[in-house]
Design a protein around this ligand. Structure first.
Ligand SMILES: [Zn+2]
Length: 381
């Protein structure tokens, strides 16, 4: 008798979706057929059919439009996204304080506004914070007052459409894998450099979220014991050395020292060293200021060192670097590549991962959240 082997599966992303949205009350697990969906979408759509491959499913789902909403500390950005990751229309609001009800109202307002001209299938919400593995509850969000907030159910009642919640870094990584710099690479680590460092992994076609859904906090690997205090409570975290905030802090220290190298930096802020930010330094570096370039060089080196640590643990094929600090382009990435090559474990005897800039810019989170909700809702019909 022939041994039975499970049929080979292409890396699909299906596994990821089950992690975010299994049926209520069930553990996440492999999904072989569409799972029942308690609340059917208000309008139209097709289920993933038996025997249909995931790629085929995505292709057939072309007409399905989804709204992606990226909730930041200061603004809420929303857009209608098609199945190829294009944004068809956009809307924005300021984040209305931290009251969960007020944030929900803004989401409803944006969906109503954007839904007027389009047939919307589903809504994906991306926000900083930790979602539980079931994808229904925001466990904690740093910018908002969400603490164990059952956001998905609240929004589904209000919007009468399938809603998916995702961590913003996970959503951005998914978008870069599907439509951006990570296309074709199935072992992908995305790093977002802003005020801190965000991280996410797409491994074998699914977002790897860890056992409790909180993986990817790479910014808090301790890279300098006893170093700068981090808001997480520890000292010497990576994000204290390789983020936009770190760049601004180092530039302020340099400017206060008032040496001749910092003259342009000081002149750019009218002598007020305390107002120097990472963005100011990046702009000056791009304009050719030597001191600003040195500062970016340093941040790039810290970036490369941290990436080498991640490569030792995760062995990805590619690092995609996104976030505001990326506007520095090669001024940041070149020193990072050099430091990475210098610190890589087993260098010379192993292939090294690539380090590339993200392709989708600040809209990656919005696009990823929309795409995930569209694909997920089609699976659940
Ligand atoms: Zn930290």
């Amino acid at each position: 008798m022939l041994a039975r082997h499970p049929p080979a599966r292409e890396a699909t992303g299906l596994e990821w979706l089950t992690m975010y949205a299994p049926p209520p009350g069930e553990q996440a697990g492999p999904l072989r057929r569409p799972v029942p969906w308690r609340q059917r979408p208000a309008r139209g759509g097709a289920r993933m059919r038996h025997g249909e491959s995931f790629r085929e499913h995505l292709r057939l789902g072309r007409r399905g439009l989804a709204i992606g909403i990226d909730i930041g500390g200061t603004k809420v950005a929303a857009g209608v996204v098609d199945a190829e990751g294009r944004i068809l229309s956009e809307a924005r609001r300021s984040t209305p304080g931290t009251d969960p009800r007020a944030v929900e109202s803004v989401i409803v307002e944006l969906v109503e506004e954007l839904g007027r001209g389009h047939r919307i299938w589903s809504v994906g919400i991306g926000a900083a914070g930790w979602m539980d593995l079931d994808g229904g509850t925001v466990l904690f969000s740093p910018h908002l007052a969400w603490r164990n907030e059952p956001l998905r159910d609240n929004l589904q009642k209000l919007l009468r459409r399938p809603v998916l919640l995702a961590n913003d870094a996970d959503a951005a990584a998914w978008a870069e894998w599907r439509f951006g710099a990570g296309q074709g690479e199935d072992r992908l680590v995305c790093i977002t450099l802003g005020t801190g460092i965000g991280g996410a992994m797409v491994m074998d076609g699914r977002v790897e979220r860890g056992r409790f859904g909180v993986a990817g906090e790479f910014g808090h690997q301790i890279i300098m014991p006893g170093g700068h205090r981090c808001e997480c409570g520890n000292r010497g975290c990576w994000e204290q050395y390789a983020s936009g905030n770190a760049l601004g802090r180092e530039a302020r220290i340099l400017a206060r020292a008032n040496g001749p190298v910092a003259q342009e930096l000081l002149a750019a802020v009218g002598g007020h060293s305390e107002t120097i930010t990472g963005a100011v330094v990046t702009e000056l570096a791009l304009a050719g200021d030597a001191a600003s370039r040195e500062l970016l060089d340093e941040v790039g080196e810290w970036l490369g060192l941290g990436l080498a640590n991640l490569a030792a643990a995760l062995d990805p094929g590619l690092f995609v670097i996104g976030g505001g600090l990326c506007s520095a382009g090669d001024l940041l990435v070149e020193p990072a590549r050099k430091a990475f090559a210098r610190n890589l474990t087993g260098r010379g005897f192993r292939p090294a991962a690539g380090i590339e800039l993200a392709a989708l810019g600040p809209n990656a989170g919005l696009i990823g959240a929309a795409d995930l909700s569209r694909v997920s809702s089609r699976l659940r019909g």
